[in-house]
Design a protein around this ligand. Structure first.
Ligand code: SIN
Length: 493
């Protein structure tokens, strides 16, 4: 199986600024590496401050007309974009798998997931109405209307290179905002292909602009956007330290912010749980995208009465997972994104093993005929994990399930909430009273109750505490890109 594209023009390998595909102003290029082999297979521009400025100029100029385009027309363009994305599911899936490393079935699945947000916000665009407010005095008419906030800067991660862009850009365009976007340096190609399809769908020049940049040059690009008062909102998915930096740096121009940051999700299995369902839920939640997902369980707590049985069932499933490159049709877990990622996973596992945890499955890097590159880590189950181990207090972002035995609900609830993060939490129980107690008490933006697969365009996605603020998807996702304006007409009596 190869990952070549049918439509090679989906690889423009250029910035898109003001409706033109162009090189970085100073001609610098950024190499794109295949995580399966660690070999460079493409290049894109390595943008800097000048490119970032040009992007804002274009987006600012286009805002005046885009905001006036009727919502129904914006919805039609988004629907066409959605149709084009779905029509190119195969090519886009290949591109995602090539630059991100996930198995092709997951790459294709991500294309559908991305399209679901575009379709959702195409439909929401036409429903962004306002309010007529009963006036407290005679002779007045009072209304509240919604307006697009202006130019949006979208800074997106590498783990879902299509879905995260779609989830930010589709609501922005639906609301009447214009966009400057900087995709992750590891996965710039999918975003350029999506922009190519948006152009084809009829998104006018300047409405959507994209600058690709290396890790070293990213601060230069983002600083321009942070300092420019015409950029009215930053939407970011990534680490908590970077999110806090963006929040601090946006203070001078008081930008609106949506921050989808790090997680440390607990996954709790009670004695009364349906164990096979809990194992399946953990497999889906933990091993999706090789564990490189903000919402994936990072700490697994299993009650003493079912601990050993659960570990045995899980070990059997994890031990059977096939590791390999996306070109291998049998692969279920791909390589990790880069050397930094696999080094961190190894550090977490070594730390746990050195401090008394045991690897029931995996626990090491893999390099063999099938997995010939340097970024593979064996799907791993650790037991006897304690809260002070690195894998329980930092986000591992890899295929490692660290298990801790617990005795009581009170003990596990305190432990689950004993983290600065609050993006996702999961638990399995058949006790309806316990279900509502925990649903209330877990400090988390998202809670999976007897369910491991939570992602859906119709649901509000986002966290609390150090996992950030703002919601993506759902009926609330559009409002993140709009503000309310109060209109009051007097002297009518
Ligand atoms: C993420 O990892 O940030 C997104 C995961 C998802 O959409 O389910």
């Amino acid at each position: 199986m190869n990952l070549e594209l049918q439509r090679t023009d989906l690889l423009p390998a250029r910035h898109y600024l003001g409706g033109e595909w162009c090189e970085a102003r100073d001609g610098r290029r950024l190499a794109v590496t295949d995580p399966a082999t660690d070999q460079v297979f493409a290049e894109v521009p390595d943008g800097g401050a000048e490119d970032a400025r040009q992007a804002v100029e274009a987006a600012h100029a286009a805002f005046a007309s885009w905001r006036q385009v009727p919502a129904k027309r914006r919805a039609q363009i988004l629907k066409r974009w959605n149709d084009l994305v779905l029509a190119h599911e195969d090519d886009l899936g290949r591109l995602i798998s090539r630059e991100q490393g996930k198995p092709l079935a997951e790459g294709r699945g991500e294309v559908q997931y991305a399209a679901s947000y575009i379709e959702w916000f195409a439909e929401e665009a036409t429903r962004a109405g306002g309010e007529v407010i009963p006036a407290p005095v005679p002779g007045r008419r009072m209304l509240a209307v919604q307006e697009p906030v202006g130019v949006i800067a979208a800074i997106t991660p590498w783990n879902f290179p299509a879905a995260m862009i779609a989830r930010k850009i589709a609501p922005a365009l639906a609301a009447g905002c214009t966009v400057v976007c900087k995709p992750a340096e590891d996965t710039p190609l999918t975003s350029l292909a999506l922009v190519r399809l948006a152009e084809q769908a009829g998104v006018p020049p300047g409405v959507l602009n994209i600058v690709t940049a290396s890790r070293e040059r990213t601060p230069e690009v983002v600083d321009v956007w942070l300092d420019d008062p015409r950029v009215r909102k930053i939407t970011f998915t990534g680490s908590t330290p970077v999110g806090k930096h963006l929040a601090r740096r946006s203070a001078d121009t008081l930008k609106k912010l949506s921050l989808e940051l790090g997680g440390n999700a607990p996954f709790i299995v009670f004695d009364d749980a349906d164990l096979p369902a809990a194992v399946e839920g953990l497999m889906a939640a933990k091993f999706r995208n090789g564990g490189q997902t903000c919402v994936c369980p990072n700490r697994v707590y299993v009650q003493a009465g079912v601990h050993d049985r659960f570990v045995a069932l899980l070990a059997e499933r994890v031990g059977a997972l096939v590791l390999g490159p996306a070109t291998d049709a049998a692969a279920q877990i791909g390589p990790m994104i880069n050397a930094r990622a696999v080094d961190k996973i190894e550090r977490h596992v070594q730390d746990a093993l050195a401090r008394g945890a045991r690897a029931v499955v995996g626990g090491h890097r893999v390099r063999n005929e099938r997995c010939s590159g340097p970024h593979y880590f064996a799907p791993t189950v650790l037991v006897d994990v304690r809260p002070d181990m690195a894998c329980a207090c930092e986000e591992t972002f890899g295929p490692v399930a660290p298990i801790t035995r617990f005795e009581t609900e009170a003990e596990v609830l305190a432990e689950a909430n004993a983290t600065p993060f609050g993006l996702a939490a999961y638990f399995y129980s058949a006790d309806v009273k316990r279900i509502w107690r925990l649903a209330d008490a877990l400090e988390s933006g998202i809670v999976g109750i007897n369910e491991g697969a939570l992602a859906a365009e119709a649901a509000p996605f986002g966290g609390v505490k150090d996992s950030g603020y703002g919601r993506e998807g759902s009926v609330h996702g559009l409002g993140e890109y709009m503000h309310w304006k109060y209109l009051c007409q007097g002297n009518l009596a």
